[in-house]
Design a protein around this ligand. Structure first.
Ligand SMILES: [Zn+2]
Length: 274
């Protein structure tokens, strides 16, 4: 059983709290960690899914082309990393359309998947994804640990993949059941925070119970030298900067313990739904 390996391709400053005019002044640092992940995937002859911001594709088209040329799936993370609920429906439509267009221009390939910034998906957002020609969403976080996470109401036992709207599939992120709680277990800051052996044990149990596991990580999770711009005395700041220097090794261990692949290659039904 393979784990789905996904990367949200954004840089250390791509936060909904900062406007695009601020992004323009910042140093783009993600090329090194993205190349590190490409090398780790190559070592295992494995594929991954890269949810790319349209803004990043505009700034670094060569990097996105290379990810695609190596056989990985390019999907959309929107254009400007704004929370779905903070946009009007018209703005959201423009954002998901612009990112799809740019990514398809850069790669010459169809973009099928979308992941909402900070997983902030809404019901009307899903409807619009379908209308704009996306085939799947991967934003559903079946826990309530972070207020940014989505507002979708789903049953407590979320299947590994399901049709969320006509012709639109949902590929949810994992959570670990601990008594009555569901604890985030997909990756990112939680992957850095949990000791590797604990993360592995949880992932093993989730894979066994659900038959699927979507892992996610960001380039900045592998960048210990990034400027610290978020207040690290707050919970979000702590989660943002903890354990950055260990992520590369942890991913290598994860790939030694689990075969990984892209969302698209693990879910042939996505292609058939169109
Ligand atoms: Zn993101």
């Amino acid at each position: 059983m393979k784990m789905m390996f996904t990367v949200d391709v954004e840089d250390w400053f791509c936060s909904p709290q900062l406007p695009l005019s601020d992004w323009e002044r910042r140093e783009i640092r993600l090329e090194r960690p993205v190349r590190q992940m490409l090398e780790l995937l190559d070592e295992r002859k494995a594929l991954g899914t890269f949810f790319v911001l349209g803004w990043i594709a505009r700034k670094r088209p060569g990097l996105i082309k290379e990810i695609h040329r190596r056989g990985h799936e390019i999907a959309s993370h929107g254009y400007a990393h704004r929370l779905v609920r903070s946009q009007s429906p018209g703005e959201f439509r423009q954002d998901i359309r612009a990112s799809k267009d740019i990514l398809e221009d850069v790669t010459g390939d169809e973009v099928r998947g979308y992941r909402a910034p900070c997983f902030s998906m809404t019901e009307w957002g899903l409807e619009m994804l379908r209308e704009e020609g996306y085939a799947y969403d991967s934003s559903l976080m079946p826990h309530r640990f972070n207020q940014l996470y989505n507002e979708l109401k789903r049953p407590s036992d979320v299947p590994a993949s399901f049709r969320i709207k006509d012709k639109l599939w949902e590929i949810p992120l994992p959570a670990y059941r601990l008594g009555g709680l569901r604890v985030p277990w997909g990756g990112g800051g939680y992957f850095r925070l949990y000791p590797y052996s604990l993360f592995k044990a949880g992932a093993k149990s989730i894979l066994r119970d659900r038959g699927a596991f979507v892992f996610y990580i960001h380039p900045y999770d592998l960048d210990p030298d990034q400027p610290r711009i978020f207040n690290s005395s707050l919970l979000n700041g702590f989660r943002r900067y903890y354990g950055l220097d260990g992520t590369h090794d942890k991913i290598r261990r994860l790939m030694a313990d689990y075969a990984v692949t892209s969302i698209r290659s693990q879910n042939p039904q996505i292609g058939e739904s169109r």
